[in-house]
Unconditional design. Structure first.
Length: 281
């Protein structure tokens, strides 16, 4: 085993050095900056942490950021699971078409997709024209600068991140298992909940993890669609760093974002491992 590691060490070293230089070192610097008590970075202390953790508004911002990610995960999962099931039941030709449709949004910039949603959700946008044309509302709906509009746009933007790992797992499920379930008298719904979804649990967990991490840190979408009325941690970090120029407080907010997002990610990853262990155990 030592000889194997000795052969692998020169190959791993460049990646390890790059990881240390571009991730670990900046993260340690971020922690260090957060322990300056003043914005001029001359006095060490816990003043920034006391200011951040002692204000109920900041805790509300943390909660809103996490809740935004969870709502986006729920929406993408609700729409993504039927698409994944349709992909699994489709012929190989249609599977390639569906896969192209899933990957195609990734070929477009997030900024372009976000601004496209302004056209769709605006007062004169496609949604309001349809609602007004059908007589469902007397006045245009307010969808921009609302959490509902932000969740709708993030659902479409983050959908490929859920579908790609989910489709990969779905494609590896043995069709004979579904035939065996049907031959034992299980209904299609029972087969779905007792066979397909448990086997797809690792892919679901991986997709939910990616969607949550991406949506909670989607500064562009949160700023353009949500506007100034909705405050989330990425916008707070940007404001403190670029507008107020209080780098210690910005570092504190960034660490709070990192810790809160990592905690939820750990829960999602643990749930995926437990679900996968039950199946393979």
């Amino acid at each position: 085993m030592r000889s194997t590691w000795g052969l692998a060490a020169p190959l791993v070293a460049p990646l390890g050095l790059a990881y240390a230089a571009f991730f670990v070192a900046p993260l340690l610097m971020l922690f260090a900056v957060s322990f300056y008590a003043d914005d001029r970075m001359t006095v060490l202390g816990l003043g920034q942490w006391q200011r951040f953790l002692g204000d109920a508004f900041h805790w509300k911002v943390i909660g809103n950021t996490v809740l935004l990610g969870l709502k986006t995960v729920a929406a993408t999962l609700l729409l993504g699971l039927p698409l994944a099931l349709a992909y699994r039941a489709a012929s190989p030709g249609w599977q390639r078409v569906l896969l192209f449709v899933v990957v195609m949004p990734l070929l477009t910039s997030v900024v372009v997709r976000t601004f496209a949603w302004i056209v769709i959700l605006g007062r004169e946008g496609v949604v309001n024209q349809m609602v007004m044309g059908l007589g469902l509302a007397a006045d245009p709906l307010r969808l921009l600068q609302t959490e509902l509009g932000l969740v709708i746009s993030l659902t479409q933007i983050e959908m490929p991140l859920l579908l790609l790992p989910l489709l990969s797992v779905m494609a590896r499920i043995d069709p004979n298992l579904m035939d065996a379930s049907a031959s034992l008298g299980a209904s299609p719904w029972r087969t779905l909940f007792r066979v397909i979804l448990p086997l797809a649990a690792p892919g679901i967990a991986a997709g939910c993890l990616l969607v949550f991490a991406s949506s909670t840190t989607a500064f562009i979408s949160q700023s353009v669609i949500g506007g100034e009325r909705l405050v989330y941690l990425p916008a707070m970090v940007w404001q403190q760093a670029m507008v107020v120029a209080n780098w210690p407080f910005a570092a504190t907010a960034a660490i709070a974002l990192l810790v809160s997002v990592s905690a939820v990610i750990a829960v999602i990853a643990t749930a995926g491992r437990i679900a996968g262990g039950r199946i393979h155990g």
